[in-house]
Ligand binder design. Sequence first.
Ligand code: NAD
Length: 358
Amino acid sequence: MNVGVPRETAAGERRVALVPDTVKRLVAAGIDVVVESGAGAEASHPDAAYADAGATIGDPWSAEVVAAVRRPDADRLRDGLVLIGFLRPLDDPDGLEVLRARGVTAFALESIPRTTRAQAMDALSSQSTVGGYKAVLLAAGRLPRFFPMLMTAAGTVPPAKVLVLGAGVAGLQAIATARRLGALVSGFDVRPAVREQVESLGATFLDLGVVGEETEGGYARELSAEEQARQQAALEERLPDFDVVITTALVPGRPAPRLVPASAVERMRPGSVIVDLASEAGGNCELTRPGEVAEAHGVTIVGLTNLPGTMPTDASRLLSRNVQALLLHLAPEGELVLDFDDEITAGACVVRPKEVAA
Ligand code: NAD
């Protein structure tokens, strides 16, 4: 099998799907890798590092498999290509249609089952870890206060109070990071199982009187309109206590749940910061502007998207290990064998080859 690694073309996308360290492992497993010149440059990996790892620098598009971060431009795609990447299967059906029309077999990193066997391939988790960490740094950078408590000759500074809404992978990482910076942290999630995880990180579980359910896949069920209204009202009461609110709540395939209405932002103290990690899915806060930093009633609302892309070196390091695991799963002996009876292969494949789809 040979694998092509293109240079990403989407604005602000600085990650690369495979880094030299993993290229070396793939080459050792008998897989050829062709890297487009400059593909790793923004993630701190020059062409020479790929060449040293055993890759060829050249045209990645003639390879059997292309490993990309995002869906490549349509004119790059050819019939029979196998594509791996973040392909947004649930919220970009037109993008999948482009792949299908071009005869591409597509594996979406988002669709890899969240099972123990597939844990090494779980790119959603690895990138959420980066996003959760970076969200806290963005908040700390914009907050006109310290995070930790300080006792100085000039007086005592109380610690900042941070609330993390949604305690999945990104939320738990945000809680841990805010704790490391010395803030007093609270967390909330509708999945009842999360309370223990929040508390084990040294944070307090905020009781909002709303308890949701966990679906079979471990995700949250969408709240009913009545539950959502109760959640919003409870939050509106509690938000003025916090200096920083980091929101990470998502329900796969649905618009982000609206947790923080405009009226709740209005009640927050001036200088407070909201970082909305759900902004790409429409935002958990009514006043979030996706891709932008907004201000309302003296509150800063950070709606920047693709935070993993702002930490390309480590985000790519983790992503690359996920992609490596998927590649070795699809080609255990160094040759591609697509077994659609396998739950990982079948689950991740969002556009099947024509002969299998028929
Ligand atoms: P996600 O990104 O889909 O959602 C983030 C969080 O938002 C979730 O914890 C969800 O419960 C929460 N949420 C949804 N609606 C909410 C609301 N109205 N109010 C507050 N919170 C709300 O989730 P994720 O980070 O991808 O993780 C989902 C689950 O999958 C977790 O249980 C995680 O532990 C599990 N998981 C399992 C594996 C594995 O077994 N290999 C790997 C990764 C994650």
